[in-house]
Design a protein around this ligand. Structure first.
Ligand SMILES: Nc1ncnc2c1ncn2[C@@H]1O[C@H](COP(=O)(O)OP(=O)(O)OP(=O)(O)O)[C@@H](O)[C@H]1O
Ligand SMILES: Nc1ccn([C@H]2C[C@H](O)[C@@H](COP(=O)(O)O)O2)c(=O)n1
Length: 230
């Protein structure tokens, strides 16, 4: 592959996109773009500014003017809003519960997709490559990416991963409490993006039976053998 290399990774909630993408970007010395963080940042901004998330036009206007700063270092992917570190604030259950209202706003999607294309080009130039992850990167934002992967896992595995990540346990009660964060969110988000079936030319990687290191190694293998598939 000729630099700058673009690697696009999509998948449902809890499939491991963010953590695997960061590890893969680190392995290759590439930059990292978390597009979900952009939808989360718009959501947080609207909540803080008192903007009604069902007011489609007001949320689009907020997305256009968002004072967002994203760091592309995969080992320290900073997220700043108006100069404030919001990396933790965008992951609260309050934002997770509301973000699909923003992600299903088609006007917001058009604005953020354009910004994401620009960011992918800039980061890829700066680092010699980029790993960009989300729900529509392989299909809409970067359909011409050098490598396109749909990272999946069974609902059971994804619920257990998210439950462990957020609460340190995957017992039945905790997994049940994580349902909205994973299953309901995916159901709402999938009304505007296709991230359960691999589009033509997209490599499907089911990580249900893999541990984290196994998932990272599998993605690295797909990238290293990309040219043989062309
Ligand atoms: N085999 C695996 N592959 C990838 N991640 C795994 C695996 N097993 C456990 N995990 C863990 O699953 C958790 C969820 O991963 P991550 O946050 O990367 O998912 P995601 O797909 O980005 O989710 P979301 O889209 O909701 O942000 C992390 O704590 C990660 O370390
Ligand atoms: N390309 C993208 C990225 C994210 N979303 C939506 C889906 C999620 O509900 C929300 C936050 O993403 P996460 O941080 O959980 O990966 O943003 C999307 O629609 N398209």
């Amino acid at each position: 592959m000729v630099a700058p290399v673009v690697i696009a990774i999509d998948g449902p909630s809890g499939s491991g996109k963010s953590s695997v993408s960061r590890a893969v970007a680190t392995h290759f010395g590439f930059g990292y773009l978390d597009t979900g963080a952009m939808y989360r940042a718009v959501t947080l901004w609207c909540l803080r500014q008192g903007i009604d998330l069902t007011d489609a036009g007001a949320v689009v206007a907020a997305a256009k003017d968002l004072p967002l700063g994203l760091g592309a270092d995969p080992q320290d992917p900073t997220v700043e809003l108006d100069g404030d570190d919001i990396a933790e604030a965008i992951r609260t259950s309050e934002v997770s519960a509301e973000v699909s209202k923003v992600a299903t706003n088609l006007g917001v999607r058009a604005v953020l997709q354009e910004q994401q294309r620009d960011l992918i080009a800039i980061i890829a130039d700066d680092f010699g490559g980029v790993v960009a992850e989300g729900r529509d990167i392989t299909t809409v934002v970067a359909p011409d990416a050098d490598v396109r992967i749909l990272l999946t896992a069974s609902e059971e595995a994804r619920l257990a991963r998210r439950s462990t990540q957020l609460h340190g346990t995957a017992d039945a009660a905790t997994v049940a409490a994580t349902h909205d964060e994973v299953v309901r969110r995916d159901r709402d988000d999938s009304t505007v993006s296709q991230f359960t079936v691999a589009a033509d030319g997209v490599v499907l990687l089911d990580t249900s039976a893999l541990d984290f290191d196994g998932s990272v190694a599998a993605v690295i293998g797909i990238v290293e053998h990309a040219e043989e598939r062309e």
